[in-house]
Design a protein. Structure first.
Length: 368
């Protein structure tokens, strides 16, 4: 029977105690928990047995035959090897001697494993750090437009939480593994036998939380394949909630799509028109109001980088309004802000006027 065993395999005393308690209830390990915190058990008559984890001298799938024969003569049977680094042994005879009675010899075996784990932790954290640097570079190399780029991506809040949780869990797990080995090694290095049992419930819960965070993060990566880059705009009236828009022609159908981004509590793309004219807008209701001015600056910086001059307007009912137009192009841009709401509009329909900006201001006031 497959059982979930959420526990750090290097927490030796806790792992042994958990396996022995399960055997006392009639469940005997056929395999030990590995990467996915699962182990196979077989049902039998409950009895007291001992389990011991032992570091492998080299990476190997199972102990060599000579070792298995020697341990069998002592009353210990081989069960399983975890990750080519740890062998699991079982003893049904309460009078059989312990596998290891010399703490110094056992310490040398765990020292090798500890050094290997330290190198693995360093490599893992280095890879994680490079990933974070790469993400930050992709985001910030865009200069002043980075915030607009971040706000326009399909990045739901739950995906950001999953990524941050994973980035936090990786170094914590690495620390727990090294700390568990160091704790088991401490008495051995002092020449004192290490305890074979210790409480394990808290260790199980911590590992289970890590497994859930890992699953949550993997789900978020799979969800990126569902990004609606190819989704079609649908008529605004099909949404149950009100859609922020201003119809410039008044008779054309407005189509919309609701966008999900962790920086915005609400975000809409809308479009109106067909053929040689049209209007497109992007409405942001920011989750963090203090980002409103920065988002406006980021949007305007994008226009200026592309050679579009920006002019500020004074519009009643707005905290700010900016227009950008060029005589050699048949369209213009309008950016308006009210509180934590920012609206970015581009259109080929009519010339920008303060009256038109006031219509957008009235809609923002309704959604505030």
């Amino acid at each position: 029977m497959l059982k979930l065993m959420p526990m750090n395999v290097y927490d030796v005393a806790a792992q042994q105690a958990r396996l022995e308690d399960l055997a006392a209830r009639g469940w005997f390990a056929v395999s030990a928990p590995g990467v996915f915190a699962r182990a196979v058990f077989e049902k039998g008559a409950p009895k007291a047995v001992r389990y011991r984890l032992e570091p492998a001298p080299v990476k190997e799938d199972c102990p060599d035959p000579e070792r298995m024969m020697a341990y069998r003569a002592m009353g210990w049977a081989y069960v399983y090897t975890v990750g080519k680094t740890m062998h699991l042994w079982r003893c049904d005879d309460p009078d059989a001697p312990e596998l290891h009675t010399d703490p110094e010899t056992e310490a040398r075996a765990y020292d090798r494993l500890f050094r290997q784990q330290q190198w693995a932790d360093r490599i893992g954290i280095a890879v994680l750090a490079l990933y974070v640097v790469w993400v930050l570079y992709i985001l910030f190399h865009r200069g002043e437009t980075w915030l607009a780029t971040a706000a326009q991506g399909w990045t739901p809040l739950w995906q950001v939480i999953a990524a941050l949780g994973f980035l936090l869990a990786v170094p914590i797990l690495a620390f727990r593994q090294s700390w568990a080995l160091r704790r088991y090694l401490r008495p051995l290095r002092a020449g004192v036998p290490a305890p074979h049992r210790r409480p394990y419930r808290m260790a199980c819960w911590l590992t289970l939380v890590y497994c859930l965070m890992w699953t949550f993060y993997m789900a978020s990566l799979c969800a990126t394949m569902l990004e609606p880059n190819a989704w079609s705009f649908v008529p605004a009236e099909t949404f149950d909630e009100p859609v922020p828009y201003v119809t410039e022609k008044g008779i054309q159908e407005v189509r919309a799509i609701r966008w999900d981004n962790w920086l915005t509590a609400d975000q809409w793309w809308t479009t109106e028109g067909m053929g040689g004219w049209g209007a497109k807008s992007r409405y942001y209701h920011l989750r963090f109001p203090w980002l409103a001015d920065d988002l406006v600056d980021s949007i305007l910086a994008g226009y200026q980088e592309n050679g579009w001059p920006v002019t500020a307007w004074e519009v009643p009912g707005l905290d700010g309004a900016w227009v950008s137009t060029r005589s050699d192009h048949g369209f213009w841009f309008l950016v308006v802000r009210l509180g934590d709401q920012v609206w970015d509009i581009s259109t080929r329909t009519v010339e920008p006027t303060v009256e038109l900006a006031e219509r957008y201001a009235a809609v923002l006031a309704e959604f505030q």
